[in-house]
Structures are given as structure tokens and as C-alpha cells.
Design a protein around this ligand. Structure first.
Ligand code: ADQ
Length: 477
């Protein structure tokens, strides 16, 4: 099939030359890979706020890819981004009903920004483009695009978990959000569990009917909901890790460690990542295995994120208090148990640190996938790989079954997994690593993107049906 362009829409657009430093987001890494293979347009928020944003996006042409970015007003940022997306949807999707703060004004702002993105996109989308929308900020976008007459195939990828119907149903407006899902042709989620949760919500709330395994009819609309676990750039990570040894920061870290073993955690500073809980599990490990004191160092890298949202400021305080308490009570002159840094690092440095670490500690309370788990595995030395300790609540646990799988709520279990990892034989480490590396190759990010785009392009039948049924569809809403 002749494919003219891929149009990607995500909340933020990571311009290739913008920051100089790597963007600390899984999506940015994945989409840069996808655009290696397709000509396209990447549309989203510029990240800037202005009093009177232009109605049309600013276009930045980079040859293979055009970037189109729009500013938001400060009210938009507050209601759409900080408010509904990050204070209502994010906690609900991560099973934290108690943290979810719903406000009607925020929800109205969320819909308003989606509508304004759709009206800007109406002028940019060409008849044979494939449209691929990313993540929870933009769930209603297909519906808004259909309303302005776009009949192209539209896919959506949900990067975070989709919770069980009872949890999602706790969000005011949740049924309205479900109603827009069938305006997509294809919806991808990270795991079979997420796909099952979303399908069950559609059946229970909207009376959707299963046609085949992953096809559902909702009234006259048909949507395919499939599990499509996101991958990483395995080759890029491996090469970066192999080359990393000569960098200054790596050399300093190696010298500072001496004969100590390194345990590493790398996460955005987010309550879903379980950082204070992980520090307490490490504390438990040191208390239960005092012979390990002075023999291991736990490095936690956690760049600040969403600092305008109050729950994140609280988390930052809790992390600092927990860290101070543990280092104060268990540290010794010449040994700090936990090193905590909030910097953003280049992929080369991160890859080198992963490779240096005997244990990768990835214990989110909930996570859509968790790319760090995959990056840690890819960066290991094949002859002497480290051990991944992985939360059963990370999407990656569905694939990386050869990790040491733990419940992050159980500090004793995590502490004992650390002890197990530090004592694991080389033979066992190599066998587990080889099995996990094979999984990584099977879901490499380039293949992942190509497979999603191929599935989306195969939606011809639905497109024809949509173009004839569009008037009725818009009355349904
Ligand atoms: P995130 O919640 O951002 O992504 P994750 O999947 O771990 O979580 O991706 C984080 C990315 O940022 C990784 O590529 C990591 O290397 C990078 N990163 C983290 N700290 C960094 C630092 N200090 N310096 C530089 N880079 C850093 C969301 C979902 C996840 C899902 C991804 C992709 O929450 O569940 O896996 O999208 O779909």
C-alpha cells in the first residue's frame, strides 16, 4: 500500500535539537525510533504558555519529519495538563482512587484543548495519512477529529495502565470517556490485562459486543483493542552500554564504588514508581543482612517531574525524609547507603550506569510498561550480566518473566530478592538474561511501531463504513 505520511499526535513533542539533554520520557525515545522509518508529522503542545496562542501551529521542518507545535494558555495548562490529565486521570489509571482530584472545570479544559488540537489538525491531515494518537492526555481526540470531518484511520496507544472497570468507573465522567473510544479504529494498550480491563468496561458500560477476540462493536462503530507492549531500541542501548566505559562520570562512579556492588533505580519522580517504598525495602535488606553494610551502594536517579502538581511536591518531601532517615541511621563514615540524584543523563551515561549495576531495582506500585526494566536488561554485559528485580505491577512483568518478580508492597520480599540477586550464580544470571534479551528483541521499538502502523493501515473496511456512517456517528455522541 502507498503510505504517504504518518501523523503522530502526543501531548509533548520532543524536538531533536531542543534541549541538548535527553528527554526523560519513554514516549520521546520510542517515537524518535518510529520516525526513522516513516515520513511524517509530529503534532503537540510546545510546552510553552502564552496569553494569546496562535490558532495555527508553528511548523518546524526537519526533512523526514515536520514538527507542529502549539502554545497553551496558562488556564489550559492548569486545567488540561496539571488538572484533569495529571490529577484526575493519572492516579485513576494507576489504581490510586484516593489521590484522584476531579473537577468539572478541569474536565471542561481537557475537552477544550482536545477540541482546539483537532481544529488545528483538520488543516494539516491529508486524505491518505495514518493518524496515531498517544496517551491519556488525548483520549477524546479521535472524537473531536471525527467531528471536524476526518475519516482517516486513527489509532490510539495508551502508555499507562488501563485499570479494572470498578476503578475506572470511580472517575466522574468515565462513561463519557469510554464513549469516545470507538471513534478510534485501533486502540493499543501495554498488556493483556489492560486490554481485558478496557474491553470489560466497554461491555459493561456501553453494551459493546465482542465480534472476534479483539474486535468490539459499540452501536454502529467498530474498534479493535489489542495488547501491543512497547519495546526499546535494543541495539542502540547495547552499543551505548558497550562504549560507555571511557566516560568521565562512569570512571568517577567506578572509582567511588571501589569493591562495592551497585544497585540502581532510575525513575521519574512519580508516586507510581514506588521510590520511598523501595528505599524502605533496601533499609530492610540492610537491617536483615548486616554483613552487607558497606558492601553495596544503592544509586537512585529520579529527575523531578510535574512539580506544579501538589502530590508531586509531597512525594519529593517524603523521598528526602526517607532518604535522610535511612542514610542517617545506617550510614557510616566513608559509606553512604543510598545515593540520590535528580539529574537527567544522556542515554550513553544511563546505559553505562545500568551495565555497572549488579542489580536493577524496578519496583513501581503500577506502571504501564516501564522502559527502564528493558533498558537495564539490554545494557548488561553478556558474560557477566546483572539481575533485574521487577514489580509484578509493571507491564514489563508480563514479558520479562525471568526477572525476580516481586510485590512492591512487600518490603521483606523485595529485601530478600536483593539478597538473592547479589548471591545469584553467574550461570543463573546468564540464563535469565539470555531469556529476557530474546523477549526484548521480539518487541524492539522499531518492530513495535511498524506492527502498530501495519494494523492501523489494515483498517480499510472500517474506514469505508465510517465515511458512510459519519453523520449517524456524530449524532450518537
Ligand atoms: P514513564 O512513566 O516516563 O513512561 P518509563 O517507561 O520508565 O516511564 O520511561 C522513562 C524513560 O525516561 C526511560 O527511557 C528512561 O531511560 C528515561 N529516563 C528516566 N530517568 C532519566 C534520567 N535521569 N535521565 C535521562 N533519562 C531518563 C510512560 C509510562 C510507562 C511506559 C512508557 C512508554 O508511564 O509505563 O513504559 O511511557 O510507553
Amino acid at each position: 500500500m502507498h503510505l504517504r505520511r504518518l501523523v503522530v499526535i502526543s501531548n509533548r513533542v520532543a524536538l531533536p535539537d531542543a534541549a541538548g539533554k535527553a528527554a526523560a520520557g519513554g514516549l520521546a525515545v520510542a517515537l524518535h525510533e518510529a520516525f526513522q522509518a516513516y515520513q511524517g508529522l509530529w503534532f503537540g503542545w510546545s510546552g510553552k504558555v502564552s496569553a494569546h496562542p496562535a490558532a495555527h501551529p508553528k511548523i518546524i521542518d526537519k526533512g523526514q519529519v515536520q514538527y507542529a507545535v502549539m502554545d497553551l494558555t496558562s488556564l489550559d495548562r492548569q486545567e488540561y495538563y496539571n488538572g484533569f490529565a495529571n490529577r484526575a486521570l493519572w492516579p485513576i489509571m494507576h489504581y490510586r482512587i484516593g489521590l484522584s482530584e476531579f473537577s468539572r472545570a478541569d474536565y471542561a479544559g481537557y475537552l477544550r484543548v482536545n477540541r482546539s488540537f483537532a481544529s488545528a489538525l483538520a488543516h494539516l491531515i491529508q486524505p491518505d495519512d495514518l493518524v496515531w494518537v498517544h496517551d491519556y492526555h488525548l483520549i477524546p481526540l479521535a472524537s473531536e477529529l471525527r467531528a471536524v470531518g476526518i475519516i482517516n484511520p486513527i489509532g490510539y496507544f495508551h502508555h499507562i495502565p488501563w485499570p479494572a472497570p470498578e476503578v475506572f468507573g470511580a472517575l466522574p465522567g468515565s462513561t463519557e470517556l469510554l464513549r469516545v473510544i470507538p471513534d478510534y479504529d485501533l486502540v493499543g494498550v501495554q498488556t493483556e490485562r489492560d486490554a481485558d480491563n478496557l474491553r470489560r468496561s466497554l461491555v459493561q458500560e456501553l453494551g459493546a459486543i465482542h465480534r472476534r477476540a479483539d474486535l468490539l462493536d459499540v452501536g454502529s462503530r467498530r474498534v479493535r483493542i489489542k495488547s501491543a507492549p512497547i519495546g526499546i531500541d535494543v541495539n542502540g542501548l547495547q552499543q551505548a552500554a558497550q562504549r560507555s566505559g571511557s566516560g568521565r562520570l562512569l570512571k568517577q562512579t567506578i572509582a567511588g564504588l571501589g569493591s562495592r556492588q551497585l544497585i540502581i533505580g532510575v525513575d521519574r519522580l512519580d508516586y507510581s514508581k514506588g521510590i520511598p517504598e523501595r528505599m524502605e525495602a533496601f533499609e530492610r535488606f540492610l537491617v536483615s543482612h548486616p554483613e552487607q553494610r558497606g558492601r553495596v551502594t544503592y544509586l537512585q536517579i529520579a529527575p523531578t517531574s510535574r512539580s506544579e502538581v501538589p502530590e508531586y511536591a509531597t512525594l519529593s518531601r517524603v523521598v528526602n525524609e526517607t532518604l535522610g532517615r535511612i542514610n542517617g541511621s545506617l550510614g557510616e563514615p566513608g559509606w553512604v547507603p543510598i545515593h540520590y540524584v535528580t539529574s537527567t543523563y544522556s542515554r550513553a551515561i544511563l546505559a553505562g550506569l545500568y551495565r555497572l549495576a549488579r542489580v536493577g531495582l524496578v519496583t513501581p506500585m503500577r506502571d504501564g510498561m516501564n522502559l527502564v526494566a528493558k533498558e537495564y536488561v539490554a545494557a548488561q554485559d553478556p558474560q557477566d550480566p546483572g539481575v533485574l528485580i521487577l514489580s509484578k505491577f509493571a507491564g514489563a512483568a508480563e514479558e520479562l518473566t525471568d526477572a525476580l518478580i516481586v510485590n512492591p508492597n512487600d518490603k521483606v520480599e523485595v529485601a530478600e530478592a536483593i539478597q538473592h540477586a547479589l548471591h545469584m550464580s553467574q550461570e543463573d544470571r546468564v540464563a535469565r538474561w539470555q531469556a529476557m534479551l530474546k523477549v526484548l528483541w521480539d518487541s524492539d521499538v522499531t518492530r513495535w511501531a511498524a506492527a502498530f502502523i501495519k494494523d492501523l493501515a489494515a483498517n480499510k473496511a472500517s474506514r469505508v463504513r465510517r465515511s458512510t456512517g459519519l453523520k449517524k456517528e456524530s449524532n450518537d455522541r
